[in-house]
Design a protein around this ligand. Structure first.
Ligand code: HEM
Length: 191
């Protein structure tokens, strides 16, 4: 039996349900689920995903280091770059992120929820891509295995990062992370 969901995780899920729905219906991501997906459309989607994912992943790893936290977060950006390279595509240089404000541990908990949660949907997308484009299509970004105990363990880590009185900050961090992700997708993939 899986352990009960920690209170912060329940709050984050409830507070970001609509933001998640808006993202998983975004044309840049919806097309990945279409049975008619072509390699060209897949490449366009990965190019749009690159800055969105890079901004989130880079920021979180930078803030973990700045705060001196002992959190292990797998990097997926190199996988995305490799997949693009295998498709013969090169992502655009990222804009400088020097202006983003620093995060408290509670805000970071919300952002990390978004980054690591995206692996759950990613696994599903990976399965779909294997069916539509075949297992030879480069899709390492979408298939970083999440072991069954990994997500519950991550949720407990988030709980430990965020005192109960700061859950509002974690929710704000998660919402802002979803918003920034969507803005990046909108910029490269207006639909
Ligand atoms: C077409 C795109 C997407 C699909 C189909 C999708 C699908 C899913 C699914 C099925 C789950 C639940 C998995 C489970 O309970 O085992 C999930 C969870 C989650 N996804 Fe997505 N997702 C997509 C994109 C994203 C993106 C781009 C992000 C963030 C940048 C994201 C963030 C999350 C988060 C935070 C959770 C955890 C929700 C919870 O608390 O249970 N997803 N997604």
């Amino acid at each position: 039996m899986s352990p009960p969901t920690p209170p912060l995780a329940r709050q984050l899920r409830d507070a970001t349900r609509d933001a998640h729905r808006a993202l998983d219906r975004h044309p840049a991501l919806q097309c990945l689920l279409a049975p008619t997906l072509t390699r060209e459309a897949y490449g366009a989607s990965l190019l749009a995903l690159y800055p969105a994912h890079a901004e989130l992943e880079n920021r979180i790893l930078r803030e973990i280091a700045r705060l001196g936290l002992r959190l292990r977060v797998p990097r997926r950006l190199p996988r995305l770059i490799d997949d693009l390279g295998s498709l013969g595509l090169t992502p655009r240089t990222l804009a400088s992120q020097a202006a983003t404000s620093s995060a408290s541990p509670a805000i970071l908990a919300g952002e990390l929820y978004v980054l690591e949660g995206s692996r759950l949907g990613g696994q599903m997308i990976g399965g779909r891509l294997r069916r539509t484009l075949g297992s030879g299509a480069p899709h390492t970004f979408f298939c970083l295995e999440m072991a069954p105990e990994e997500w519950p363990r991550r949720l407990l880590e988030l709980e430990a990062l965020c005192p109960p009185g700061e859950r509002g900050a974690a929710v704000a961090g998660a919402r802002a992370a979803f918003d920034r992700f969507r803005e990046q997708l909108d910029r490269r993939f207006p639909g």
